[in-house]
Design a protein around this ligand. Structure first.
Ligand code: BGC
Length: 427
């Protein structure tokens, strides 16, 4: 008989999305400006109205709840709350109150992000997160949020502190399109500091709130599997991209970089959120890593972003966090961009098996958020990648429930993966 996978009581089942990627009609941040420049986005698409979640949130929350989700990860758009320097928009505060009331009405525990890659234009003009001094503006934003939204229990203020430094300051593919290793390290450090600022602010006003870090943990495959040289290089890159943030968040210090993360990071997480998508490999030339690839040569199941599928990496990442941190763990994002919904079903199940295995081996994983609830704006890739459990017809804004959403709903309802589901998906 096929094994059944029961999850711990009270496990949170939900989906994740971000403000900018789904709300639509955000015209006051760095991404909006970036999209106006031809060549920056695939097919020169623009986020525009996106899925219009800004107006349709109640409808969407109802759908999630009908699909048995009991939680939901979403975000607040900073440029709506503070559209100009020192100017707070009370109507937007009111709007997010309505959003959170609707979550409550639909029995969805909210996990809320304050920064998910977008910054207000006025903040960008000041140099954004490249300047330490600008953190005072981020602090203002956090204080306003903390004072105004005591109804939220779970916060993950900074989404993936390493991604914008990498994509925006080293690779130049996200705004502000810089290519500098110095800027990369500086912004990464400031992002971590921003996390600690948000933590202190949210706890000051709402001591009972739970504030966690959400870190995208790439699984650097050659670290464990390559030749000796590949292992060394891959371990080094893993150290700078993953471990530095893990150490800073879980221990308040980073070995070998004593002055980089000081005590300000200590005790600033109540949970660890893992975002996981794929394994990462390097192509080497003359012993130097020259290209980062996300799939092995002969892989056949590929996502729309060109990633292979490596669920074991999620297990490895969970155990890595478990071994260095005592608190609760959430899978704050895991998902696939694909037009093949049966592949999405296999993807979800294979990753959930790994989550379950980690729980069996002692990891305190308390929830899983599939990325994403609804199709949305995939940054420089535009609207092409389809990550949603629920599809969006961008012309009509019609919501289309996919079979993967129904499968996920069946798991959430029973809090377990029954053998019928496994048979149906894998045959
Ligand atoms: C980001 C999302 C993005 C997703 C899929 C995550 O790392 O948080 O904004 O859409 O990856 O690429």
């Amino acid at each position: 008989m096929t094994k059944e996978y029961l999850f711990p009581e009270g496990f949170l089942w939900g989906g994740a999305q971000s403000a900018y990627q789904t709300e639509g009609n955000n015209y006051n941040n760095d991404w909006y400006e970036f999209e106006q420049i031809p060549g920056n986005i695939k097919n020169n698409e623009k986020c525009g109205e996106s899925a219009n979640h800004y107006e349709l949130f109640e409808n969407d929350h109802k759908l999630f709840s009908n699909l048995n989700h009991n939680s939901h990860r979403t975000g607040i758009e900073w440029s709506r709350i503070i559209p100009e320097e020192n100017e707070v928009d009370d109507e937007e505060i009111e709007h997010y109150h309505k959003v959170f009331e609707s979550l409550k009405k639909n029995n969805l525990e909210g996990f809320v992000t304050l920064y998910h890659f977008t910054i207000p234009i006025w903040f960008e003009r000041k140099g954004g997160f490249l300047k330490n001094k600008n953190l005072e503006y981020f602090q203002q934003y956090c204080d306003i949020i903390a004072k105004n939204f005591p109804e939220i229990k779970f916060w993950n203020p900074i989404n993936e502190p390493g991604v914008v430094p990498l994509m925006g300051y080293l690779y130049g593919e996200f705004p502000p399109a810089k290519k500098s290793i110095l800027a990369y390290t500086k912004v990464y450090r400031i992002m971590m500091k921003a996390h600690s600022i948000a933590y202190k602010s949210l706890k000051k006003y709402n001591p009972k709130s739970q504030v966690g870090i959400v870190k995208n943990l790439a699984y650097f495959y050659q670290k464990d599997h390559g030749s000796l040289w590949h292992r060394i290089i891959s371990s080094f890159i893993d150290y700078t991209y993953n471990q530095v943030a893990i150490d800073a968040a879980t221990r308040g210090k980073v070995p070998f970089i004593p002055f980089t993360y000081k005590s300000w990071m200590k005790d600033t997480i109540d949970f660890f959120g893992i975002n996981y998508y794929s394994a990462v490999y390097f192509k080497f030339k003359l012993g130097i890593p020259v290209e980062m690839v996300f799939k092995e040569e002969d892989e056949t199941e590929i996502t729309q972003l060109g990633y292979g599928i490596y669920p074991e990496g999620l297990y490895q990442n969970i155990m890595r966090i478990k071994n260095s941190y005592n608190g609760p763990i959430y899978i704050s994002e895991n998902g696939i961009g694909t037009l093949d919904d049966s592949l999405r079903q296999r993807f979800i199940l294979r990753h959930l098996f790994e989550v379950h295995k980690a729980i069996e081996n002692g990891a305190d994983v308390k929830g899983f958020f599939y990325w994403s609830t609804i199709d949305n704006w995939e940054w420089a890739e535009g609207f092409e990648p389809r990550f949603g459990l629920i599809g969006i017809d961008y012309k009509t804004k019609e919501r289309q429930i996919r079979d993967s959403a129904r499968m996920y709903a069946a798991i959430a309802k029973k809090n377990k993966i029954e053998s019928d589901i496994i048979k149906k998906v894998f045959g």
